[in-house]
Design a protein around this ligand. Structure first.
Ligand code: GLA
Length: 532
């Protein structure tokens, strides 16, 4: 593998550049496959207005600011207990007393300066806006390795994704070991299920190179041989400004068939915190065999157990429930101290699957608020073929991928990039770095859009209100033909006259408007913001 030296420079405010650090690393391509957007522009602060942290818990927050590097960050009225790294823009520390702490952040580069108020809300809520990041599942699938995560972090930084708020890298299945053939876990499964789950997991040996001891003599979970230096990797990724997520199951086996947290929940939560993880995706998988029945209590139990264990750790750890919507999880996920919950099955890169995911959430906006998010699944945007073993592929056309991104933003869904960043292309990057589109996902009011009206030609009107007044609308065409949308705002109870902006093209379409008419391509969307 080719080694590449990288020189990092700090921009000093007198306008000169100084040598900051030199590091070598593997696997990062010498040239990027798409130009990082805004790389030559003045700073643009993309952070939402609020950031939630638990009182007395350690956290860190990379200020998401796009624009030319190097950049210099400042914070006025920085609260006691927090510190700002003026070069990286990382704020870290803890807030010992519950309350709201507003600071003025500013960012300066050679092209100009930007400033914005940011309020830290210390209390018991995390993820006041939907979590944003990347997941390894559709990009590296069952072959995921530690070095893939580090490579992705470096690339996400180089592409500038971090500066738009993509802040968490989630290591999905399978990072632990599969129990060996003689391990009692397998015989327990066999007797409990008359071989069914045993077959589902293809039995011991479906991951031949990831078989081994699952825990050490003290019961501490062991990463498999592709994650031998996991604590250091987490540190390295933190140093790049990203949070790191991890994956487990309340059952003894994850969906991929490697060790989960069953009967080790508190110990695993402590291990996740000590290793430095900031996020846990907790996937039901084999737990069903061990739950007594399908009652609500049994569905909640494993999530309560882990949610409490995470809350007791000394650092903020976001808790992502993955149980595919069982028991209408959107109604009670927050009771388990979770911040996001999958609302259905895995979404795939075909229109039927993604459209079904939209419709699932058409009537569930009432359950969404800051710190409580319906999660339709990982974004099927870009090269998502790893899990289906098709590598650099996506069966959604560009229009459909744009609609998907728009709908996830309207729905205030967690945004986890599914694609392999090594295969980045200009179109994918453009979908992931439109700050006006992302802003409606990260809107501080924390509402989710619902399906408000359907026109005669099946055009669907999805809408939600925005922080500070105004609202956003998506005109979605689910049909296979181009349609003309004639949309009177009064149809959704908006009786005023509005200034209308197209968020993807960032163009104003007019002011004093009461209606809009536009052609919408098949499976396409027009995404608008409207203000008085
Ligand atoms: C389930 C989840 C996916 C992924 C896989 C891993 O299918 O829904 O998101 O985590 O398990 O095995």
């Amino acid at each position: 593998m080719k080694k590449i030296s990288v020189l990092l420079f700090i921009f000093c405010l007198n306008g000169s550049f100084s040598l900051y650090a030199q590091s070598t690393f593997n696997r990062t391509p010498s040239s990027l496959k798409a130009a990082p957007p805004s790389a030559n522009e003045k700073p643009q602060i993309n952070s939402p207005e609020f950031y939630g942290t638990r009182t007395g818990k350690e956290f860190f927050y990379q200020l998401p600011v796009s624009g030319q590097r190097p950049m210099r960050f400042e914070a006025e009225h920085l609260s006691e207990g927090l510190k700002l790294d003026k070069v990286t823009g990382i704020i870290s520390g803890k807030l010992e007393k519950a309350g709201r702490y507003t600071i003025k952040i500013s960012a300066q580069n050679q092209k100009g300066k930007a400033a914005k108020d940011l309020t830290f809300v210390a209390g018991d809520k995390l993820a006041l806006t939907p979590p944003m990041g990347w997941s390894s599942w559709y990009s590296y699938g069952r072959k995921v390795k530690e070095e893939d995560i580090l490579t992705t972090a470096k690339l996400m930084k180089q592409y500038g994704l971090e500066y738009y708020g993509w802040s968490i890298l989630e290591i999905d299945d399978p990072w632990t070991n599969q129990p060996g053939e003689k391990d009692p876990v397998w015989s327990a499964f066999k007797t409990k299920t008359e071989n069914k789950v045993y077959e589902y997991h293809e039995g011991p040996g479906n991951l031949t190179d990831r078989i081994g001891p699952t825990r050490d003599q003290n019961g501490v979970l062991l990463p498999n041989k592709y994650f031998t230096n996991i604590a250091q990797t987490v540190k390295d990724i933190h140093a790049l400004g990203f949070k790191v997520g991890i994956y487990s199951s309340p059952g003894p086996l994850t969906c991929g068939g490697v060790a989960g947290s069953y009967q080790h929940e508190v110990q695993d939560a402590a291990y996740f915190a000590e290793t430095g993880f900031d996020y846990l995706k907790y996937d039901w998988c084999s737990y069903g065999i061990f739950a007594k029945d399908n009652s609500l209590e049994e569905l909640k139990k494993p999530y309560r157990l882990m949610g409490t264990a995470l809350k007791n750790q000394p650092r903020d750890i976001i808790f992502s429930l993955c149980q595919y919507g069982m028991g209408e999880v959107w109604k009670w996920g927050h009771e388990t101290d979770g911040q996001l919950w999958r609302t259905g099955d895995d979404v795939r890169d075909n229109w039927k699957s993604v459209y079904h995911a939209f419709k699932m959430l058409a009537d569930k906006s009432a359950y969404v608020q800051p710190g409580r998010w319906n999660d339709p699944d990982i974004l099927q945007i870009g090269a998502v073929g790893a899990e289906s073993r098709e590598g650099n592929s996506n069966h959604l056309n560009p229009q459909e991928q744009k609609t998907l991104m728009s709908m996830w933003c309207l729905l205030s869904a967690p945004l986890l990039i599914g694609s392999n960043i090594e295969h980045m292309d200009p179109f994918t990057l453009s979908l992931l770095t439109n700050n006006e589109v992302i802003a409606i996902n990260q809107d501080a009011l924390g509402k989710a859009a619902g399906l408000k009206y359907t026109l005669d030609n099946q055009i669907e009107i999805w809408s939600k209100d925005l922080y500070g007044g105004g609202f956003t609308v998506g005109l979605l065409n689910p049909t296979d033909q181009e349609q003309n949308a004639e949309f009177l705002f009064a149809l959704i109870g908006k009786n005023g006259k509005y200034k209308v902006r197209d968020l993807w093209t960032k163009t104003d379409l007019g002011s004093g408007l009461q209606q809009i008419s536009s052609k919408i391509p098949p499976h396409g969307i027009l995404l608008l913001s409207l203000k008085d």
